[in-house]
Each structure stands twice: as C-alpha cells, then as structure tokens.
Design a protein around this ligand. Structure first.
Ligand code: FES
Length: 145
C-alpha cells in the first residue's frame, strides 16, 4: 500500500532533530488526528535555507512526508521553499494512499509556520506567505514532546 520511497523515508527519516538558535521554528497540529509537527529552519543572510530539521509526534506517513519535505527545501531560497507543497512532496514519494493525504499537510504547514516565525523575528514580509491556520507555536512554545 505504501511506495518504496515512502517506506524508505519512514524507516530512515532524514533530518530528524532540532536546531539550536534556529532562524525560524514552526509547530503545527493536524486537526483530523491531533498529531503534531515541529520544523526548525536555519536561514542565512542571503535567505537560503542552510539546514532544516524536524520532530514529530505523528504517524508513519507524516514522518515520511516530513523527511522528504526537509530534503526538498534544504539549500533552497525562501520563495523556492514555498513551492514545496504537500502535493510536490507526495509526488516525490510516488504517492500516498488517499486516507493518508492529510498527513502530508503537516510538513507543508510546519515549514510555512517556521518561515512565518522567521519573518516575524526579522520584521520582514514574505510574499505569498500566510500564517498557517493550524499554527500552534504560541501555545506549545515551551512544551517538549
Ligand atoms: Fe496523524 Fe498521519 S494520522 S499525521
């Protein structure tokens, strides 16, 4: 039921962890299942994403999609990272079963939330970026999971 790529990223997820003093951190919750995703971005002065890590309290599909999403945004500009939609991530993984499509939204939304956090910290506006509606960064800031 899962593609080989999904199984590979689920078994060997890339970029798991945290970044100290990250440029932006985003935490989002999935309204359907209650799972949580946190993304850390390290963005340099040229607006290039130098590093990205994720931590999740989510299912296997969430792990695989976040792993792929972090691979796709690493080394990219902010604008390029905004193009990494859940659809692009699913395509890169050769698809997901329909019941798992909502899981892939966690990574996209967490990246957007981390970019939103970065923009707030630096007093800038990122064209085309809106605050993700499932952003729970405010409440969860100090919570560890
Ligand atoms: Fe919650 Fe997949 S079931 S993220």
């Amino acid at each position: 039921m899962y593609s080989e790529k999904v199984m590979d990223h689920f078994k060997n997820p890339r970029n798991v962890g945290e970044i100290d003093n990250a440029s932006g951190v985003g935490t989002v919750g999935n309204a359907k299942c209650g799972d949580i995703m946190r993304i850390f971005l390290d963005i340099d002065e040229d607006g290039i994403i130098q590093d990205v890590k994720f931590k999740t309290f989510g299912c296997g599909a969430a792990v695989a999609t976040s792993s792929m999403a972090t691979e796709l945004v690493k080394g990219k500009t902010i604008q390029e990272a905004l193009q990494v939609t859940n659809k692009a991530v699913m395509e890169a993984l050769d698809g997901l079963p329909p019941v798992k499509v909502h899981c892939s939204l966690l990574a996209e939304e967490a990246i957007h939330a981390a970019l939103w956090d970065y923009a707030q910290k630096n007093g800038i506006q990122i064209e085309g970026l809106e605050q993700p509606k499932n952003d729970i960064s405010e409440e969860e800031e100090e919570e560890d999971y």
